[in-house]
Structures are given as C-alpha cells and as structure tokens.
Design a protein around this ligand. Sequence first.
Ligand code: GLY
Ligand code: MN
Ligand code: MN
Length: 439
Amino acid sequence: MKQPTMKSKEFDSELFRKRIIKIQKKLKKGEILILFAASHKIRNRDVEYKFRQNSDFYYLTGIKEEDSIFILTSDSAGMFCLPKDKEKEIWTGIRLGKDKIKSMLGLDYTYDLSEWEKQKSAILIDHHTLYYFFGENPERDREILQEIKTLSERAREGKFGPHRIEHPHFLHEERLTKSKEEIQILKNASEITKFGHMRIMRESKPGMYEYELEALLEQEYLKYGSIGGGYGHIVASGQNACILHYVNNDDLLLEGDLVLVDSGAEWNYYTADVTRVFPVGKKFSEAQKTIYEVVLYAQKNAIRQSIAGVPFNDVHDKTVRFLADCLREMGFLKGNLEEIIEKQTFKKFYMHRTGHYLGMDVHDVGRYFLDGKSRPLKDGQVVTVEPGLYFDPNDESIPKEFRGIGIRIEDDILINGKEPINLTESIPKEIVEIEALKA
Ligand code: GLY
Ligand code: MN
Ligand code: MN
C-alpha cells in the first residue's frame, strides 16, 4: 500500500510569512485584524478535550499554541503568546515563546500573553475598523465590545477606537481557493481515509458493533499520522442511517442490514469527508440495490456538473429534480414533478443539501452567495458531492422492504475547469466492487 507523504516536523516559515503578507496587503491604514487562537476546553472536571488550533489562526500563523493572539495592520504584525515557563513546560510540553515566534514568522513585535490586558487599548486605538470573527467566542466578544466602549470615552483627547467590526471575509476567501500544496494535503487525507473505509468494508460482519468499525477507522487514520477523524465518525447500521447526524455508534450489526459510514481523516489540518454504504453481510438486497443505484447515479451526475462557472446551487437543484423524479416514478411521491419541487415533498426522503465547501473545516469557510446569487464554482475550490435518500423506518405508507434504508454517497471534488477531479474516487462505491470486497 502506498504510504501518504509524511508530515514534515519543520516549521514552514516561508509559507506562513507569505500568507501573512498576502492578508496584510488587504488591510488599509486604519484597519486592524485580530485573531484569537483556540483555548483548551474542559471535558469533565480537570480533563480537557484534545486541543486543536482554530483553523483561521493556524492557516495564517502555523502556531499551534492555545490562547495566542495575532494582530495585523497594514504596517505591522505581532503576536501575544504563551510565556516560556519551565515548570509548566514540564507538565504540558515545550512552548515556543515570544522570541522564537517573532523570528519564525518575521513579526514586528511579540509579547507574553500577560501583556495583553495592558496593551490592548494601545493596539486598538486609532483604528476605525476592526476585522474580527464576531460570535465565535462570547467571552472574547464581550472583551472586544468593552474595549471599544472604553476607547470611545477617550474622544475628548482626540483618540478613537474601532467604530466598525467587520467579518474578515478576505481571509476566508483565501482559504476557499486551495493552493497546490493544500490540494496535496487533501489528497493525503483522502488516501488515509481510503485505508479506513476499505478496511471496514472488508472486515465488517454480522455480530460486530458499530463502535468496532469506528475503532478500525481510527486505527487506520492514526497509523498514517492523521490525528483521527476531522469530525465525529458516523457509523450507522440499519435504520440508524436515517439519522443524519447519528453519533451513538453503539448498535449491533445485523445480517441483511446496510451500514452507512460518514468519516474522513484529518491530516495536517485538512479533512476528507467521505460517505460509503455497504452491506453488513455479503450482498445488497434487491430493495437496497434499487435505492443505492438511484443515489449513485445522482451522485455521478452531480460530480459531472461540478464545473467551474456553474452556480453551486444549480448542482443541488438538479440533483433534487433527478431524485424527486425517481421517487415519483418508483411511486414514493405523488403528483407531478413540478408540484413535488414546489411543495418540497421530496424533503421527506432528501432533506439535506448536495454539498458544501471542504478544507481545514469539514464545512469549510467561504461565501455561498454573492449579491444574493448562488456563487459560481471556481478552480481550486474543493466541495463535497453527497446526495442521499432516507426511508423513515416508522412510515407505514412506505413498502416494508424499503423502510429504514438510508443511503448517502459522498466524495470530495476539486473544481478544475470542465474536468472535476474526484479526490476520493479510489474508495469503492460500485455495488460490484463492494460485493467483491466483501466476498
Ligand atoms: N460529515 C458531515 C457532512 O457530510 O456534511
Ligand atoms: Mn459532507
Ligand atoms: Mn460527510
């Protein structure tokens, strides 16, 4: 098996310096960007969740330490960082410290975090516009608003603080279009994801539990240097597949059931997002096959339609039309197609969207609408294509053999002119391929 390229332990100063300079060029005099790093979060009592840096903070600085604060204006860049502390470092690991961070990123200034309280007024003053991700952290929001109020009280001295808070959309625009290097990272994440999905397709059998499949996914991901799933693994057997964000993963796998697995490895801060559905036993039933083939056909069509210049919504709208028409022809929906679309009765079977941007965050950043119109897809964007059909297990108007079937098929697509590139293509999704793997 091909091993994904190993992650480098070296800090890529040039990459992050370039990113900072690029974003800095978007700022005019009087504008200031503040980014807060993630903080540790308590899981229970004094146990913390595993730390992961905030994606925006990492994208721009490459610094993985908690609570740091990055400040950027049109003519300066600086950071407040965790202080070097011998005692603390014995418990929780080496900290870079302000001198090292300053030279790694070529910053104009760095301070220990303890300086933030004293310095923040001076940092914000005389900037009319603050770019800040409002709404992510209520404590920081309060702090920022308080500081703005304090500064507004200094008007008599001829001083002013920000009177506008803007969403730093330019940073998310940068993240939305992936560079060659980012695409390579996503390819590695996809490759690792493939190992996980293929392993559980092969090894799942009646009598196992959903969490055993979850364990095998994690094992494969960690084996290749991933930190694990980029989001919670969904391992949903039988009718659990009809719960879109199923999290329990604790049911028994039964002969005759399918299992829907929505899982992607996060590698080097980028995640894949893949869904496959396969029989617990060796073969799909006729009813399962019928629905699976419809979704697969819809998915392949939607991938082909994911070309540069096409509004992202069109891919969804066309997929909805296709699935609705199939549901009508199969007798699951009454009325003509236009009525079904207008009244949205298809939502009983297809209630989510066909895709989203993908990158450092599974539901990645970037605007879907510009001037009220769905935004055209563009080269370098990565999107998911993930149609599905779900048949309510308790709906007696649905023929019994279809009740509880939930199918979603999801791949990660790099927009590339008229030739979309499926980054997760090598993860089997044809019925014959899956049944051959299980045989
Ligand atoms: N795994 C979340 C999603 O497919 O959107
Ligand atoms: Mn998805
Ligand atoms: Mn998914």
